[in-house]
Design a protein around this ligand. Sequence first.
Ligand SMILES: Nc1ncnc2c1ncn2[C@@H]1O[C@H](COP(=O)(O)OP(=O)(O)OP(=O)(O)O)[C@@H](O)[C@H]1O
Length: 310
Amino acid sequence: MDITTSDISLILRLILDVIVIWALVYYALRIVRNNTRTIQIAKGILFILIVQGLSAILGLNALNYLINIFVNWGVVVIMIIFQPEIRAMLEKFGKTSSILGLNVSHDEQISMIDELVKACAQMSKTKTGALISIQRNTSMEDYVHTGIEMDSVVSSELLGTIFQYGTPMHDGAVIIIGNKIACAAAYFPPTTKDLPSKYGARHRAAVGISEITDSITIIVSEETGNISVAMNGQLTQYKAEGLHRLLMNLLVPDREEGATSSLLRPVINTAKNLGLTRSRKPGETKYSADERIQPLAIVDLRDQGVNSHE
Ligand SMILES: Nc1ncnc2c1ncn2[C@@H]1O[C@H](COP(=O)(O)OP(=O)(O)OP(=O)(O)O)[C@@H](O)[C@H]1O
């Protein structure tokens, strides 16, 4: 059987089609998974689709008619409900350099982590209250605008100065984007969760922002000097070394991964899950998400989502 150029072009277009759909579904699922609000909405949509299917199968015409109207308008409703997420995604696509992961080099990212952890360790010793959020995939531009905008490379001295008690910018949060402080004195919407009473407004704000974005938010308690991290609505305590390992794990990709465009990331991640990437040489170590952060002890109310790690 002869394979013509038009056959090859058809196959290539089919593969491209599948990759694009794959990437869209992957990013949609990531948005849903990272946000408790979107999980609820996704469950609601799934329920409506199931009811639509059942009403069609069982011949419940009136119900089917109503649900069809609802589903047809659903696209508009989803656009309105997910407006912040859609905007964040489009903003991200607009910033080509951030898609390619070229805006911050591997070394700059490590230096940012070193400086940040040094500042947190110092502020923990002096019991200086601090709230610092690191942007990841969800844009935090809206929150940057609530504070005093800056554009300064992260340094322990600068962070220490910002949070020094009594200075005009010490109230509120610092937002880090890439290796730069994007703003100080930002306001975060506090969580509505029932946190233990020993956690005040700073911790509430940290948990709040971690519920609506995929950011990593570090809190240094003014009262105890404890360092905690809020992620995905969970609060976990760390020592400085544990914080360093966590940030390295989450923010510094392997050199080979860092060089890969995030557009191909869904394909590569799926290939990895299917075991299609090269097998590791004997003796070669590779840390998975939490292997390097060994739990020290669970010290607080589990059902409130407060853990303690080294
Ligand atoms: N919504 C918010 N967004 C950003 N920062 C906030 C917010 N709410 C409070 N803060 C910061 O937290 C400070 C007050 O912290 P508070 O003592 O109430 O919290 P806490 O969780 O008990 O922390 P600590 O252990 O440091 O006392 C404020 O001065 C302000 O800097």
